[in-house]
Design a protein around this ligand. Structure first.
Ligand SMILES: [Cu+2]
Length: 227
């Protein structure tokens, strides 16, 4: 009595798998330059589906490291619902915080292998600072889609996604806030769609890098734990 429904289920599974495999061949390749023509790294490209719901998050862990008195990476992109680990790879303590509406939090990160985690459960840009090192500046960009990428040093990023209709969004930490940010429809059918964008960027107020003449750790050594 159950044989027929089961075999139908099995057939359905095979068909769905074939569709998924075929669909991932479509992609959008984005090239981002600034107004001088130089490639722009760390631009976040995300594809928000218009014709269906985005699948829920699956690889729900990511890492924002504290290393060499900087956030590494400076820009981390995650899907909504991702837990981000905040280790401390330095031998000094950090005090990471954010006042962004998408996630307000603070973490006191002591040196050593202590790791704290924060669940990013709302979309938006979460700006990170450190109470101890004023130059530290990082971002967790939380997007409602599993289809995203970040441009590399060559200014390009490729996002693979199933065929369908999307809104392509582009974000960069130094984008000019007086210019509308990129948000435009894109349709993936077959092959790779190419898009080129020019971003007007303002200079970085904070670089996320320590001053070159800094005596690392001076006055900021971690006191031995009293056990
Ligand atoms: Cu710090």
């Amino acid at each position: 009595m159950h044989l027929l429904p089961l075999s139908r289920l099995a057939l359905g599974f095979v068909l769905i798998s074939a569709c998924v495999d075929g669909a991932t061949a479509t992609a959008v390749r984005v090239q981002v330059r600034d107004t001088q023509g130089a490639p722009v790294a760390d631009a976040v490209v995300s594809l928000l589906p218009l014709d269906r719901a985005a699948p829920p998050v699956h690889a729900a862990q990511a890492t924002m490291d504290q290393r060499n008195l900087s956030f590494v990476p400076q820009v981390l992109v995650v899907q909504t619902g991702t837990e981000v680990r905040f280790p401390n790879s330095d031998n000094v303590r950090h005090h990471v915080y954010s006042f962004s509406p998408a996630k307000r939090f603070e973490l006191k990160l002591y040196a050593g292998n202590h790791t704290s985690s924060v669940l990013f459960d709302r979309p938006g840009v979460v700006t990170l600072g450190c109470n101890i090192h004023d130059w530290m500046l990082g971002y967790v960009v939380v997007v409602d889609t599993p289809w995203f990428a970040k441009t590399g040093a060559d200014g390009t990023a490729t996002v693979e996604a199933p065929s369908g209709h999307y809104t392509l969004k582009l974000w960069h930490p130094r984008q000019d806030t007086n210019t509308p940010s990129v948000s435009e429809p894109v349709t993936l059918g077959s092959g790779t769609v190419q898009r080129q964008y020019v971003l007007k960027l303002h200079p970085a107020e904070l670089t996320n890098k320590p001053p070159p003449n800094l005596e690392i750790g001076l006055g900021d050594r971690v006191q031995p734990h009293a056990h």
